[in-house]
Design a binder for this molecule. Structure first.
Ligand SMILES: Nc1ncnc2c1ncn2[C@@H]1O[C@H](COP(=O)(O)OP(=O)(O)O)[C@@H](O)[C@H]1O
Ligand SMILES: [Mg+2]
Length: 363
């Protein structure tokens, strides 16, 4: 059987689709091609709107799921072209879809993406809806990447931590004794992006340059840290319903400089990540950053300062570029699905037990 798998990830940042084609024939996956496709503004807006209740949302969601499948299919073709392969060389696609609601507390999560249409458009088996089964088994359905982080990055000699900085940040603790833990620790790029979009009219604050031009507002930072999410103990997971501008805005003092707010959001993001590592990853020596937030140089610098007793670097150092890790995780999870192997770690998600994750649409 082919060991070539495609992973397609579009996360809470709503920046677009990260796509990878990898060969899992060797212990360390070998990347054959990658592609990033930014969302068109209209699609991004529609997906963002679908995070909130609205009139006629079932129809809008169904059409958005079709649009997303078409976007995903374009990514698949770009990967095949780049690697000079045809679709029948690929065993399966692991497609995350777009989270528009995440409510494990009341028993559901929704990742939009029409898997049937993607199978039809690509002629490749599609695995999707990875999170529902874990929630059905009383888990949070998130984070799911820790099992892959373990497979790709764990070391017998060094206690490592992987911090994925997507829209939400999540931490995977990889002690040398194999007892993996992981959880969402708070905002990643979500608040930084939202504030930059509102004030700079740009998708994100490149390299955290704008945040670096402002001053941290200590009183505001203190208020933000009182969010009940930071007091919860793992397992825990967060989404756009947890951290957003509707939560932030009433907490802002009058007449603040927008750049100072951005500086404060950067401090909040770095501080809550560093606190999570400090509190739940005792004895970790090395911290590796992945996700787009790893490319925010101001954020990476702050994290390095705040965790000065540990080595801090991007996962690139371990052989996988920061922006490819999560997409690779879903390629790996698709492979687990086809092999009938569990994809969740019950200690991470809180599920009753290990479960085979994902629904399959055959080509
Ligand atoms: N050079 C950069 N400077 C600052 N932020 C960056 C940079 N590159 C990427 N990002 C951030 O990474 C985000 C995308 O990260 P990603 O891992 O795709 O998150 P998600 O999984 O939530 O989609 C962007 O929205 C942006 O906030
Ligand atoms: Mg993304």
């Amino acid at each position: 059987m082919s060991e070539l798998f495609i992973g397609l990830m579009s996360g809470t940042s709503l920046d677009g689709v990260d796509a990878v084609l990898a060969d899992f024939g060797a212990p360390q996956p070998r990347l054959l091609a990658h592609h990033h496709r930014p969302f068109e503004i209209a699609i991004r807006h529609e997906l963002l709107m679908l995070n909130q209740p609205s009139h006629d949302e079932l129809r809008i969601a169904a059409l958005a799921a079709n649009n997303l499948a078409r976007d995903y299919a374009v990514c698949v073709q770009a990967l095949l072209d780049a690697a000079n392969l045809s679709n029948d060389a690929v065993a399966a696609i692991g497609a995350h879809g777009q989270t528009v609601r995440h409510r494990p507390d009341i028993g559901y999560t929704i990742q939009l993406m029409n898997g049937a249409l993607l199978a039809e458009l690509t002629g490749i088996d599609v695995v999707c809806d990875f999170r529902s089964r874990d929630i059905a088994a009383a888990g949070h359905g998130a984070p799911l990447a820790p099992a892959f982080h373990q497979a790709a990055f764990a070391s017998r000699d060094v206690h490592r931590v992987i911090v994925n900085i997507g829209g939400i940040a999540n931490v995977t603790d990889l002690p040398t004794n194999d007892t993996v833990s992981g959880f969402d620790c708070g905002p990643g790029n979500l608040l930084l992006d939202a504030w930059a979009q509102q004030h700079l009219h740009q998708p994100f604050d490149r390299d955290g340059a704008w945040a670096s031009s402002g001053r941290v507002l200590p009183d505001l930072l203190k208020k933000l840290l009182t969010h009940e999410f930071f007091r919860r103990v793992p397992p825990k997971s967060a989404g756009r319903e947890t951290f957003n501008l509707e939560w932030l805005e009433p907490l802002l003092p009058k007449n603040t400089e927008p750049a100072d707010v951005q500086a404060t959001l950067l401090a909040l993001t770095a501080g809550t990540i560093a606190d999570a590592v400090e509190m739940f990853c005792h004895g970790a020596c090395e911290v590796y950053l992945c996700g787009g937030g790893a490319r925010n140089t101001a954020l990476a610098k702050l994290l390095t300062e705040q965790m000065k007793d540990r080595k801090v670097a991007a996962t690139d150092t371990l052989g996988i570029a920061a922006e490819h890790v999560e997409a690779l995780a879903f390629a790996w999870l698709a492979r687990r699905r086809l092999r009938g192997e569990p994809g969740n770690l019950p200690a991470v998600t809180g599920a009753r037990g290990a479960r085979v994750l994902g629904a399959v649409y055959q080509k």
